[in-house]
Write a protein that binds this ligand. Structure first.
Ligand code: 13P
Ligand code: SF4
Length: 326
C-alpha cells in the first residue's frame, strides 16, 4: 500500500486546519489513514457531496461534487465499490447509473426531506390531473418516483431540462420552491408539489437584510432550494458546484452562503482569502455520515444499495435522459 508522503500529509493537514484545531485533526487522523488504506485494499472510490464534514471532504474523498457531478463520476467508475458519502437518493442514483458496481452508503438512514415529501400515488394523481404534461423529477427523489417520471434534473440543469421539453406545461416534483424558481426563468407553466428542503426553507429575506447591514458589500449566494423571495434577494443562485465556480471568479472578499453550513467549512480551505459568513444550518441527514461509519462501510461492505429491476429500468431512463442532454 502506498502511504501518503510528507508533502501530501502537509497539504491535507493544512486543509483540515482551515476549520479545525490541531487536536481535532489529531483525533481524526488514525481513521483518515485507515480509510485511505481500505480504499486501496477494497478497490473502492469515495464520492463525497459538498455538504459532508471537512474530515470526510478533505480527508478521504476521491471526488467531491454536486448531485450532477457525482452522478457523472458514478457512471464512469470502474472500481469494485462506490462508497457514497451523501444521502440515500444520491447513492441510489449512482447504482442506477452503474448497476454492475457495488454501491455502499455508510448509513442507510441518511434520507432527505424532499425525497420523503412525495409518494408514487401523489405523482399518479398529478399526472391524472394534468394529462399529457411531462413529469420532471428533481434528483432528490427515490428510484420509485424517478420510475414514474419522464426526465430527471438537478439544481444545476433544472431550467435547461424544463426548457428542453416540447410541452407548454410541465409537472415539476417534489421541490415547490425550486419549481417556482425555475418557473421564473422559463415561459412554461410549471405545476409543483408542496415538498421542501428542511434546511433551505429556514432562510428568510430578513436574514439576508441583517447580514447586508452588518457586513456592507457582502456577496450573498443562495441555493435554488430556498424560497423564491430569498433567491431573488441574493446576488447569485446555483447548485453547490455552481456556487463554487461563481466564487472562484468573484472578487468579493466577504461571502454569505445561504446553504448547508459544512459547505462554508469546506470552502474555507479552498478559498483562504475569503471571509465566509454563514448561519449554521446543517442537514441532519448529511451529518449521519461519519468517518467511523465510512470505515465500517469499507470493512464490512455495508450498506449495499439494491433497487428492484422493475423500478430500476424505468428510473434509469429518467436519469439517463438528463445526462444525455446535459
Ligand atoms: P446540489 O446538487 O446543488 O449539490 O444539491 C443537492 C442538495 O441536496 C442540496 O440540498
Ligand atoms: Fe435533502 Fe435538504 Fe438535506 Fe439536501 S440539504 S439532502 S435537500 S434535506
Amino acid at each position: 500500500m502506498l502511504e501518503m508522503n510528507r508533502q501530501e500529509k502537509q497539504i491535507l493537514q493544512s486543509k483540515l486546519l482551515a476549520t479545525m484545531t490541531p487536536f481535532e485533526v489529531e483525533v481524526h487522523w488514525p481513521l483518515i489513514e485507515e480509510i485511505r488504506r481500505l480504499k486501496k485494499e477494497k478497490n473502492a472510490v469515495l464520492l463525497v457531496h459538498h455538504y459532508q464534514t471537512p474530515e470526510i471532504y478533505h480527508g478521504v474523498a476521491d471526488f467531491v461534487g454536486d448531485s450532477l457531478g457525482l452522478s457523472r463520476k458514478a457512471a464512469e467508475a470502474t472500481c469494485d465499490r462506490i462508497v457514497f458519502c451523501g444521502v440515500h437518493f444520491m447513492a441510489e442514483t449512482a447504482k442506477l447509473l452503474n448497476p454492475k458496481r457495488k454501491v455502499l452508503i455508510p448509513d442507510p438512514e441518511a434520507g432527505c426531506s424532499l425525497s420523503e415529501a412525495i409518494t408514487v400515488e401523489d405523482v399518479r394523481a398529478l399526472k391524472a390531473k394534468h394529462p399529457g404534461a411531462p413529469v420532471v423529477c428533481y434528483v432528490n427523489t427515490t428510484a420509485a418516483i424517478k420510475a414514474e417520471s419522464d426526465i430527471c434534473c438537478t439544481s444545476s440543469n433544472a431550467v435547461k431540462v424544463v426548457d428542453s421539453l416540447k410541452s407548454d406545461k410541465v409537472i415539476f416534483i417534489p421541490d415547490e420552491y425550486l419549481g417556482q424558481n425555475v418557473a421564473r426563468e422559463t415561459n412554461k407553466e410549471v405545476i409543483t408539489h408542496p415538498g421542501h428542503c428542511m434546511v433551505h426553507e429556514q432562510f428568510t429575506v430578513a436574514d439576508i437584510d441583517n447580514y447586508r447591514q452588518e457586513f456592507p458589500g457582502i456577496e450573498v449566494i443562495a441555493h435554488p432550494e430556498c424560497k423564491p423571495d430569498v433567491v431573488q434577494a441574493a446576488d447569485y443562485s446555483g447548485s453547490t458546484s455552481g456556487m463554487i465556480d461563481h466564487i472562484a471568479q468573484s472578487k468579493s472578499k466577504k461571502i454569505m452562503l445561504i446553504t448547508e453550513c459544512s459547505m462554508s467549512d469546506n470552502l474555507r480551505a479552498k478559498f483562504p482569502d475569503r471571509d465566509f459568513q454563514v448561519p449554521c444550518t446543517f442537514c441532519p441527514h448529511m451529518k449521519k455520515i461519519t468517518l467511523e461509519k465510512v470505515c465500517r462501510s469499507l470493512k464490512e461492505d455495508v450498506f449495499e444499495i439494491e433497487i428492484p429491476e422493475a423500478i430500476a429500468g424505468k428510473a434509469r431512463l429518467a436519469v439517463q435522459r438528463m445526462l444525455e442532454i446535459f
